[in-house]
Design a binder for this molecule. Structure first.
Ligand code: ZN
Length: 174
């Protein structure tokens, strides 16, 4: 509504029904508290418990199909380096982005290009660019809990709070 754009949504509940990722509502695990670095210090490097199996691969494939149907030549994806660190989210890495970009380009008959403008940026770089573009951050959501307000304790809340502080301000959504 803010930008006057038409949104589209797709229900993928059934595809994730067999996963116990802590990010999903049917999970028996709680969303962990603490930064990704703290989580990996405890459990080792590799996917964190909030990683949803091949989620970005699924989203990008679905978006590619929609894009081709709507005559779009570019697909933008918001992966950033903090999520890729330590392979916390292996579907946010440079290697994944390049491989997926190639797959979408080949599989679309060279019609669709994948762009990930923040793939080498950390979250404070993302916040800085958004401030320059006057993004209405008070309308944005990062938290992994489904409350009325961000929890302030999950990995993505902590990353976001630190990203705003690195830019000399408090998170306006908190
Ligand atoms: Zn949170």
């Amino acid at each position: 509504d803010f930008y006057g754009l038409e949104g589209k949504s797709l229900d993928v509940t059934k595809l994730f029904a067999f996963s116990n990722s802590s990010l999903l509502t049917q999970s028996t695990e709680a969303v962990p508290e603490g930064s990704y670095a703290e989580q990996q210090a405890e459990h080792g490097e590799g996917p964190v418990s909030t990683y949803v199996p091949f989620r970005n691969g699924l989203f990008l494939s679905a978006a590619a199909s929609l894009a081709l149907s709507l005559d779009c030549g570019y697909l933008y994806y918001g992966a950033h380096a903090d999520d890729a660190a330590g392979n916390a989210y292996p579907d946010c890495t440079d290697a994944f982005y390049n491989a997926m970009g190639t797959a979408l380009y080949e599989g679309s008959g060279y019609e669709l290009k994948l762009e990930a403008p923040f793939i080498h940026s950390n979250k404070s770089d993302v916040v800085r660019e958004g401030l320059r573009l006057q993004v209405p951050y008070e309308l944005t959501w990062s938290c992994y809990e489904g409350g009325e307000r961000p929890c302030g304790h999950c990995g993505t809340c902590i990353d976001r709070i630190e990203a705003f502080r690195a830019n000399g301000m408090e998170d306006p959504a908190l």
